[in-house]
Design a protein around this ligand. Structure first.
Ligand SMILES: Nc1nc2c(c(=O)[nH]1)N[C@H]1C(S)=C(S)[C@@H](COP(=O)(O)OP(=O)(O)OC[C@H]3O[C@@H](n4cnc5c(=O)[nH]c(N)nc54)[C@H](O)[C@@H]3O)O[C@H]1N2
Ligand SMILES: Nc1nc2c(c(=O)[nH]1)N[C@H]1C(S)=C(S)[C@@H](COP(=O)(O)OP(=O)(O)OC[C@H]3O[C@@H](n4cnc5c(=O)[nH]c(N)nc54)[C@H](O)[C@@H]3O)O[C@H]1N2
Ligand SMILES: [Mo]
Length: 725
C-alpha cells in the first residue's frame, strides 16, 4: 500500500481489486494505531467472528461511535486474519443495516414467488406454524416436515446445535449435509483415517505449495499470505486447475487440466514416481500399506494415456514431476470446488496418495490440506440431542435433490410428499442445483414454506411465512474454523434489529409452542456451549469462559507426527479394503465424468461445453449479492469462453449469449479469453440472485446428479451449449 493512501481509500481500492491483499505485518500495526487513537474519543470496539461458511472465519473488530456501528476491521491479533477482513467482511457494517433486512414476521398475500407480504406478530406466526405442523403430522406423519439449511451461519448454536433438537424431537425428514465437501472428506478418511490436514500456519514452512482445484485468492484470501511467506523463502508454487486462477498466473507450474481428469493425472504422476524410484521408499515401507496395488493401478496410466485424458502437454506433465519430486516437503491444498463432480471422491483419493508416496505426511510444511475437523471440541450428540429422535430414525434425503424431493420426483416423496418446509441458513434458489425444479416445488400450493432469513432473498419470495433472523453482530455464538485449528467466539454488540430472533431462540420457542417440555429447550446459549464441550483432556482449555475472554482458542495438534493413523491397519492405506467393502475402488481410478463426451456422447453432441461454476471473490455463495457496492463490482452476470469457441459460434466480444441445456436457459454477457479457459470449457460464477440481476441464474443449468462417494453435489459435471442471443 502506498504510504499516503488513507485507510478509507485502501478499503475502497481493495474492494475494487476484489481480493484480500497481502499486508501481513503492516496491517495489524495500522489497525492497532487507529484503534488506540479512536478509543480516546469514546469509540467502542467489540470482537466478532465472521460466521459464514468460508475457510477463513475471520476475527473481526466492530467499531462503534455514539451507539452506531461505524466500520468493521480485521483483528490484528489473530494469526490468520492478521488485521484484514476480506472484501466481503469489510462491508459487514453495510450488511448490518441493509435496506433488504427482514425485520418483522410476515405472511404471504400475493402468489408464491411474487414476494408480497403483510406484517404479522410472532404469536400469529407461531400459531400458524404449530397448527400447520400438527395438521401435517396427523394426516401424513412427521416426515412430511423437512428443514433446508446450509451456509448462512456456520456456528454451534445456530447451525449444528439447537435447530436439530427441534427437528429430532419432531421426527421430521432430515437432509444430508452433502452440498459442499463430503466426497473429499470420505476419500481422505479411507487413506488416512481422518480428513484433517496441515494448518495454514504450516504452509509457510513448505518448499512446494500445490493449489489443486482451489481458488484461494477468491475463497480463502488469508491463505495467500502463507503461500507468499513460503515463496519468499524460495518455495515453488504449482496450480492444477482448468481455469487460470489468480494464483495460476503467478505459478512456477500451471497444469491447465481438463475438468474431471485429475484422478488420471494423479495416478499418472504416481506411476512415474514409482517407476523411476523417486518416491520415499523408507517412509512408505514403514508407514503405508498397499504400494503394490497402487503401483498396479498407476501402471494403467502411462504418459500418453494421461496426456490424452487430461488434455495437457508432455512439457506440463514433466514440469510437474520435476518440481514435485524434488521439493520436500510439499503440501497439496485440495479445494472443495474440484470434487463437486461425478468422480469427485475418486479424484481426491487419487490426489491424496501423492503426499504419502513422497513421505510428506507428519512433516512440518508437508502433507495435504482439505478440511480440518480433528480439533472439533463439541459433542454433537449432546448439542443436537440425537437422543430425542424417534426410533426407527426418520428418513434422510439428499439435499442436492431438493427439486426432485419437493416435486415428488424420487420414490420416497412420491409416496410421502413434503408438506411443510422450514428454510433457515439457506437460500436454495440461487444456490441449489437445477433450480427450475426447486422453483416448481416451491410453487406448489399444497406446500407450506417458512423462510427464516436476515434478508429478502430469492427463496424468501416463495415463503408462506417469512421470519426475521438477526445479523451476527446481534447474537452470541461459537464457530469452529476448518482452515486452521481455532475455536472462535462471536460476541453480541447490538440487540436483534426489529423483531428478529436468532436461530436458536426461534427453534427453542417453536419447540415450546409445539408443547415440547424437554429441559433442553430452556438451556441458555452459554449452557449449550458449556455442556456441549467434549471432556477430552486435549480440549481442557476450551471453555466458554476462555472463549469469551480470549476471543478464540487454538487446539495444538501435531497431526500424523506420531505416524499413527486411524485406519483399520493403523497405517496409511494406499489400498483400502474398507473402500472395497463399501463398493469403491481399493486405490482409486479415473472414469469419465457423469456428463461427458465419453459417458454421454448423445448429450455431448447437443451440449459440447463443460460449464464450471466456481466461487466469485465478492460473494459467499449467493450472500452479499444484494449489497449494491458488491453487486456493482461484480457487474452483470457473464460467462467466460475461449475465443475459439466464440469464433465457431459467431460470438463477438461483449455479445449477449444464451447458455442452455435440458435443465434451463440463461442470458449472459460473453467474455472471450485466449487462455483463462481452454476450448471446450466455460466458466460462470455461482449463485447470483435473480432479484439483483433481473434475469435467471446459472444454477438453472447445473445438474442434481451426485458424486461417486457420499452423494455430494456434482455442480461442475455440467454440459451446456451457448449461442448468440
Ligand atoms: N453452481 C454452483 N452452485 C453452488 C456451488 C457451486 O460450486 N456451484 N457450491 C455450493 C456450496 S459449496 C454451498 S456451501 C451451497 C450454499 O448454499 P446455501 O447455504 O443455500 O446458500 P447461501 O447463498 O450461502 O445462503 C445462505 C443464506 O443464509 C442466510 N443467513 C445468514 N445468517 C443467517 C442466520 O443467522 N439465520 C438464518 N435463518 N439465516 C441466515 C443468508 O442471508 C443467506 O440467504 O451453494 C452451493 N451452490
Ligand atoms: N469469495 C468466496 N469465498 C468462498 C465462497 C464463495 O462463494 N466466495 N464459498 C465458500 C464455500 S461454501 C466453499 S465450499 C469454498 C470453496 O472454495 P474452493 O474450493 O476454492 O472454490 P471453488 O471456487 O468452488 O472451486 C475451486 C476451483 O476448482 C476448480 N475446478 C473445477 N473443476 C475442476 C476439476 O475437475 N479439476 C480441478 N483440478 N479443478 C477444478 C475451479 O476451476 C476453481 O478454480 O469457498 C468458501 N469461500
Ligand atoms: Mo461450500
Amino acid at each position: 500500500m502506498h504510504p499516503k493512501t488513507s485507510r478509507r481509500d485502501f478499503l475502497k481500492s481493495s474492494i475494487y481489486l476484489g481480493v484480500g491483499l497481502n499486508l501481513f505485518g503492516l496491517m495489524p500495526q495500522l489497525v492497532a494505531t487507529e484503534m488506540a487513537k479512536s478509543a480516546q474519543n469514546g469509540t467502542r470496539y467489540t470482537y466478532h467472528t465472521c460466521p459464514r461458511n468460508c475457510y477463513d472465519f475471520c476475527s473481526l473488530i466492530a467499531e462503534h461511535k455514539d451507539g452506531k456501528l461505524v466500520r468493521i476491521l480485521g483483528d490484528p491479533d489473530h494469526p490468520i486474519t492478521a488485521g484484514t477482513p476480506c472484501v466481503k467482511g469489510q462491508t459487514h457494517a453495510k450488511m448490518h443495516s441493509h435496506a433488504d433486512r427482514v425485520l418483522y414476521p410476515m405472511k404471504r398475500v400475493g402468489k408464491k414467488g411474487e414476494g408480497k407480504f403483510v406484517r404479522i406478530s410472532w404469536d400469529e406466526a407461531y400459531d400458524t406454524m404449530v397448527a400447520k405442523m400438527k395438521e401435517c403430522i396427523k394426516e401424513y406423519g412427521a416426515q412430511s416436515i423437512m428443514p433446508y439449511n446450509f451456509s448462512g451461519t456456520w456456528t454451534i448454536l445456530s447451525q449444528f446445535g439447537v435447530p436439530w433438537r427441534f427437528f429430532n424431537k419432531v421426527g421430521s425428514t432430515l437432509l444430508t449435509y452433502t452440498v459442499c465437501e463430503a466426497a473429499g472428506e470420505a476419500a481422505l478418511t479411507y487413506g488416512y483415517g481422518s480428513q484433517s490436514g496441515v494448518e495454514p500456519e504450516g504452509f509457510a514452512h513448505t518448499n512446494c505449495y500445490i493449489s489443486w482445484g482451489c481458488n484461494e485468492a477468491h475463497t480463502s484470501v488469508h491463505n495467500v499470505k502463507f503461500i507468499n511467506a513460503a515463496r519468499d523463502k524460495g518455495a515453488k508454487l504449482i496450480v492444477v486447475d482448468p481455469v487460470r486462477t489468480p494464483l495460476a498466473s503467478q505459478a512456477d507450474c500451471f497444469v491447465q487440466i481438463a475438468p474431471g481428469s485429475d484422478a488420471a493425472f494423479a495416478l499418472g504422476v504416481a506411476n512415474v514416481l514409482i517407476q523411476k524410484g523417486l518416491y520415499d521408499k523408507d517412509f512408505v515401507a514403514q508407514n503405508a500399506i498397499g504400494l503394490d496395488e497402487l503401483a498396479k493401478k498407476a501402471a494403467e496410466y502411462p504418459l500418453d494415456r494421461v496426456l490424452k485424458i487430461c488434455k495437457i502437454s508432455e512439457a506440463e506433465f514433466n514440469q510437474f514431476i520435476d518440481i514435485y519430486s524434488k521439493a520436500r516437503p510439499a503440501v497439496i491444498r485440495v479445494g472443495f470446488g474440484m470434487q463437486r463432480r461425478g468422480q469427485g471422491g475418486a479424484m481426491v483419493r487419487a490426489i491424496s496418495l501423492l503426499p504419502a508416496l513422497m513421505g510428506d505426511i507428519g512433516v512440518k510444511g508437508g502433507g495435504f490440506s482439505y478440511i480440518n475437523f480433528a480439533h472439533h471440541p463439541f459433542n454433537f450428540d449432546y448439542i443436537r440431542r440425537n437422543d430425542l429422535a424417534p426410533s426407527p430414525a426418520p428418513r434422510v434425503l439428499n439435499v442436492n435433490e431438493l427439486g426432485k424431493i419437493l416435486t415428488g420426483n424420487i420414490p420416497e416423496t412420491k409416496e410421502l410428499p413434503i408438506k411443510f418446509l422450514i428454510n433457515f441458513n439457506g437460500n436454495p434458489l440461487p444456490s441449489s442445483p437445477n433450480i427450475n425444479l426447486v422453483k416448481e416445488g416451491l410453487s406448489r400450493e399444497d406446500l407450506f414454506t417458512v423462510v427464516h432469513d436476515v434478508y429478502m432473498t430469492d427463496t424468501a419470495k416463495y415463503a408462506d411465512l417469512l421470519l426475521p433472523a438477526p445479523h451476527f453482530l446481534e447474537y452470541e455464538d461459537v464457530s469452529v474454523d476448518y482452515l486452521g485449528y481455532y475455536i472462535k467466539y462471536n460476541s453480541k454488540a447490538y440487540e436483534p434489529m426489529g423483531e428478529s430472533k436468532p436461530n436458536y431462540q426461534f427453534f427453542n420457542e417453536l419447540a415450546k409452542k409445539m408443547g415440547f417440555t424437554d429441559d433442553c429447550f430452556d438451556e441458555s446459549p452459554a449452557d449449550v456451549i458449556r455442556n456441549g464441550l467434549s471432556k477430552d483432556p486435549k480440549f481442557a482449555h476450551i471453555t466458554y469462559e476462555n472463549l469469551v475472554k480470549n476471543k478464540w482458542q487454538k487446539v495444538e495438534l501435531d497431526l500424523y507426527a506420531d505416524h499413527n493413523f486411524n485406519t483399520p491397519s493403523g497405517k496409511i492405506e494406499l489400498f483400502s479394503k474398507k473402500a472395497v467393502d463399501e463398493g469403491f475402488h481399493g486405490v482409486s481410478d479415473w472414469a469419465p465424468d457423469t456428463e461427458s463426451e465419453e459417458r454421454t456422447p448423445e448429450l455431448f453432441k447437443k451440449y459440447p461445453l463443460i460449464l464450471l461454476t466456481p466461487s466469485a471473490a465478492q460473494l459467499l455463495n449467493g450472500q452479499w449479492h444484494n449489497e449494491p457496492l458488491i453487486a456493482e463490482v461484480l457487474g452483470e452476470p457473464y460467462i467466460i469462453i475461449n475465443e475459439a469457441d466464440a469464433k465457431s459460434r459467431g460470438i463477438q466480444k461483449g455479445d449477449f449469449v444464451f447458455a442452455f441445456n435440458d435443465r434451463g436457459r440463461v442470458k449472459l454477457r460473453a467474455k472471450l479469453t485466449k487462455g483463462q479457459v481452454k476450448p471446450g470449457v466455460a466458466m460462470s460464477y455461482k449463485s447470483f440472485w435473480e432479484k439483483v440481476t433481473g434475469i435467471g441464474t446459472i444454477n438453472e443449468l447445473t445438474p442434481d446428479t451426485l458424486t461417486d462417494i457420499t452423494g455430494t453435489s456434482a455442480f461442475h459435471s455440467n454440459l451446456i451449449q451457448i449461442q448468440k442471443a
